[in-house]
Write a protein that binds this ligand. Structure first.
Ligand code: UFG
Length: 334
């Protein structure tokens, strides 16, 4: 194997696609996941799963027991903006607590490299589009705030312990492994693309479009959808940089698509209509979020393999059609 990595949240959506990317290049991977949201079937053969919470010292000890890791990739987190508005202290405590516990264990075990999932939500309502790394940080949700606290905690861990970190601020992760080995399966599902696909397949009620009066060309919200396999690739590409310095990158395609355009693309790819209704804005949703990933491209050579909405929607559609119940484990557990 080329390297040895600990992936927290490796049974989740972005984590599992990153585990696949590491395994595809021959790395050894240990996953630490409490399986509250993750899926056993999302973990490929040959990957060891340590089932437990990131704050659980014994689970961490088991994960770190098998030898030195080259880096920790930390995906485990709560990630629903709406939930965080109802339960702010839980989001702050849990997201900062898990990051701190994992980073602390890494330092104690002599692993001074960490990659963390961050978010466009750091920027709240942005001042300019596209959003580059110079732009003012100003979260407008406890979720965004929790990730900003995590980045700041890592700054101190770097100063004091020499821990080098990469913070990747994802825009809208979407799509599925092009080989069909993993896909998106959240419960509850709140994301636009899987809801639109399921509405088209008749598996969920009609999609509600959140807001039609935004200052955008068609009045619906505009987002930067980035393929989950391209997100995974970015994690691999930042690892060598950590030998030199810590980094923060905004991570998206640099192109925005409206809710209306996503619906139209699902109709085109799937060949059936997406039943939908028009509703009011969802509180806290900015009109437009589009990333500038120029810095990441320049520093790492990252270039998305699936930059177009059609291939993002097609991989998501194909996975859902092949897995009409998703991974099928949530229902069995309920
Ligand atoms: N939308 C709908 N109807 C739905 C769901 C979403 O119209 O049922 C719209 C939203 O208003 C938005 C777009 O579709 O314009 C995308 O919404 P998602 O919920 O899929 O994603 P968000 O852009 O709200 O959230 C993403 C990440 C968060 C991150 C946030 C930053 O999922 O983790 O971007 O603002 F915090």
């Amino acid at each position: 194997a080329l390297g040895r990595y600990l992936v927290t949240g490796g049974a989740g959506y972005v984590g599992s696609h990153t585990v696949l990317a590491l395994r595809d290049r021959g790395d050894e991977v240990v996953v630490l996941d409490d399986m509250s949201k993750g899926h056993h079937a999302a973990i490929p053969a040959g990957v060891r799963l340590v089932e437990g919470r990131c704050e659980d010292r014994q689970a961490l000890a088991r994960a770190f027991a098998g030898g030195r890791f080259d880096a920790v990739l930390h995906f485990a987190a709560l990630s629903l903006v709406g939930d965080s508005m109802r339960d702010p202290l839980r989001y702050m405590a849990e997201n900062l607590g898990t990051l701190a516990a994992v980073a602390d264990a890494a330092v104690k075990h002599g692993c001074l490299r960490l990659v963390m999932s961050s978010t466009a939500a750091l920027f709240g309502f942005p001042e300019r589009i596209p959003i580059d790394e110079q732009q003012r940080l100003g979260p407008v949700s406890p979720y965004g705030e929790s990730k900003l606290m995590c980045e700041r905690a890592l700054d101190w861990a770097e100063k004091i312990h020499g821990l080098r970190f990469a913070s990747l601020r994802y825009f809208n992760a979407a799509g599925a492994d092009p080989e069909g080995r993993a896909g998106e399966d959240h419960e509850p599902e709140t994301h636009l693309l899987p809801l639109a696909i399921d509405a088209a397949l008749g598996k969920r009620p009609p999609l509600m479009v959140f807001g039609t009066d935004y200052p955008t060309p068609d009045g619906t919200g505009v987002r930067d959808y980035v393929h989950v396999t391209d997100l995974a690739d970015a994690h691999l590409r930042v690892l060598p940089l950590l030998e030199e310095r810590s980094v923060r990158y905004n991570l998206g395609n640099g192109t925005g698509y409206s809710v209306r355009e996503v619906i139209d693309m699902v109709q085109k790819v799937g060949g059936r209509p997406v039943p939908h209704t028009l509703g009011p804005r969802r509180e806290g949703d900015p009109a437009v979020l589009v990333a500038s990933s120029a810095r990441l491209r320049q520093d790492t050579g990252w270039s998305p393999r699936f930059p177009d909405l059609e291939s993002i929607v097609r991989t998501a559609w194909d996975w859902r059609v092949a897995h009409p119940e998703g991974y099928g484990d949530r229902r069995a557990a309920a």
